[in-house]
Structure formats: structure tokens, C-alpha cells
Design a protein around this ligand. Structure first.
Ligand code: SF4
Length: 291
């Protein structure tokens, strides 16, 4: 069995940077430490961090003055910054610098005339943060169909969640062109996301089955799954190698693996090892049967 891992699989720059900041803070803080929401969408890493004393806060009531609170790579809205400051916690800002730039763009666009369309998942924390910079002038669009239902407007700007699927963004832009007299397009899909999407699509064309590895609640990993699934029906989404089932590998001689931006490199290595092991076991069984 040939196993090919997609180029650039695993942690992106923003996630790696956030985790480094978390670990550095954990060593120095000496007080209670929380991340504001899960620092990355990966259950194993969250568990490890909890063992190191870094807990997840999801509401202000969990916090008290003097706590250290780490803002994750997705960023937060200005209202959340203000609320955290009022709580008198020590803030460590691990917002990805690329997300910061998108926040600044939304802030700038919100001071101009016209509607702002953000192509993304309305419940995703990055989008919730971006909406907070929009002065209520932004609308989140999740699909091409939704974009087609929008009324005609004189002026609009459109941008994307940093981890958006490039194809969906283009489809929404095409739909908006027909609905807008003056449309400003900002392709804010980050370079790390683009590279992963291209590498995964390319690999889907080369292999017989492809495993997408990552947290089921990770937006960018879900996008990789959708992209691969469009091209290769035998695409499977797993969080860890324990989820590999025999039918995923049945009759496959060449398999691809791709990890999202929040997938730890160790999980990718373990998955490679698990597939090799299962392949060896199967060939030994076949040998015994033939003997
Ligand atoms: S996917 Fe891109 S924007 Fe998001 S955290 Fe990673 S590098 Fe930053």
C-alpha cells in the first residue's frame, strides 16, 4: 500500500503561533489560565492543555479578576474585548495576524457606504468576531443559493472567512455580480488554507481513497473534506486513527491523507503508522491463507 500525505498537512502558522503563546503563558502565569473558547478545534490537544492547567472558558461568569485569558487564533469582537477588560483579567491575544487584518478590513468597510457580505459559517467564532467590527452592516452568506436570493444593491463589498472553500467564494461572488451595481471583492481566504485546499484536491485525483484527519468541529478540515468528496467519493473524515474501519482500506493500493490547520502532526504520523500496520497484518493473513 502506498500512503501519500498531502503537502502542508497539519498546523497552520496561526494555530502553531497560538499554541506557542499558550504554552509560554502556561509556564509563566502562576494564576488560573483560561482560553476564551477552545484554542483549537482538536479534542486531544484540548485534553492535553487541560492537564497542563489551561481550561476553556465559555462564559464571563467562569472568570475572576487576576485570571489570565488567552484569545484564540479566531479572534473576538470588540464587545468581548471590552467585557473581558471589565472583568480585570490579564489578556494574552493569540488572534492570528491574518484574522486581525480581516477584522481591520471589516472595520474600514463598515465606515463606508454599502453592505458587507461575509462568505462563511455564521456560527463560527471567526465570523462572530468579524461581525462585531461591522457596525451591523454585514450579512453572512453561507451558500450560493442564499446569495441568489439577495435584493439588488448599488454598492456592496464581499470577503470570505479565512478558511472558506475557494470554489464557494467564487460562486457567491458570481451571484453577487448580478445583484450589485458596484461590487468590491476581497479574497481574504488565507494562503495556508489555499495551499491545503489545492494540495488536497490534487491528491484526491491521484489516490483511490483519501482520509481527512481533524476535529469534526474544525471549519477548515470540513472544507477539505467537502473539496475531496466532490472529486473522490471514497473520502473519509476521521478525528483519530482509531476511527479507521476495514472498509475504508478495502481494495485500496494507494491512499491519501490530509490534515486540517488544527490537526497535530503527531495525529497524522499515528494515522500513517496505523494504516501501514493494518496493511502488514492483512498481507500476513493473506500469506497464511495462501500457504
Ligand atoms: S487558517 Fe490562516 S487565518 Fe486561520 S489561523 Fe491559520 S493561518 Fe491564520
Amino acid at each position: 500500500m502506498e500512503i501519500i500525505v498531502a503537502r502542508k498537512s497539519g498546523f497552520c502558522y496561526g494555530v502553531r503561533r497560538a499554541l506557542q503563546l499558550v504554552r509560554k503563558t502556561g509556564k509563566k502565569a502562576g494564576r488560573r489560565i483560561f482560553s476564551w473558547g477552545e484554542i483549537i478545534h482538536n479534542p486531544e490537544v484540548i485534553q492535553e492543555l487541560e492537564q497542563e492547567g489551561i481550561r476553556v472558558a465559555t462564559s464571563l461568569s467562569q472568570l475572576q479578576a487576576g485570571d489570565t485569558v488567552i484569545i484564540r487564533s479566531h479572534g473576538v469582537s470588540p464587545a468581548i474585548y471590552r467585557a473581558l477588560r471589565r472583568k480585570k483579567v490579564k489578556l494574552v491575544d493569540a488572534t492570528c495576524p491574518i484574522v486581525k487584518k480581516i477584522q481591520q478590513l471589516v472595520d474600514r468597510l463598515s465606515r463606508q457606504a454599502g453592505e458587507i457580505i461575509i462568505v462563511g459559517n455564521k456560527n463560527h467564532p471567526e465570523i462572530q468576531g468579524l461581525l462585531g467590527y461591522s457596525r451591523k452592516k454585514a450579512l453572512v452568506v453561507e451558500s450560493e443559493e442564499q446569495a441568489r436570493t439577495l435584493p439588488f444593491r448599488k454598492k456592496r463589498a464581499v470577503l470570505a472567512q479565512s478558511t472558506q472553500d475557494g470554489q464557494l467564494f467564487s460562486q457567491v461572488v458570481a451571484a453577487l455580480v448580478e445583484k450589485t451595481a458596484e461590487l468590491q471583492v476581497y479574497n481574504t481566504i488565507c494562503q495556508s488554507t489555499r495551499v491545503r485546499q489545492v494540495a488536497t484536491a490534487r491528491l484526491a485525483g491521484e489516490v483511490e481513497a483519501l482520509l481527512i484527519i481533524g476535529g469534526k468541529n474544525s471549519s477548515n478540515t470540513n472544507k477539505l473534506y467537502q473539496i475531496s468528496r466532490r472529486l473522490l467519493p471514497r473520502t473519509y473524515f476521521i478525528e483519530s486513527p482509531e476511527e479507521i474501519t476495514p472498509d475504508m482500506l478495502q481494495g485500496v493500493n494507494k491512499i491519501g491523507l490530509s490534515g486540517g490547520a488544527s490537526t497535530p502532526p503527531e495525529v497524522i504520523k499515528k494515522t500513517v503508522a496505523a494504516i501501514s500496520h493494518s496493511f502488514q497484518q492483512n498481507s500476513n493473513q493473506e500469506k497464511v491463507t495462501h500457504d
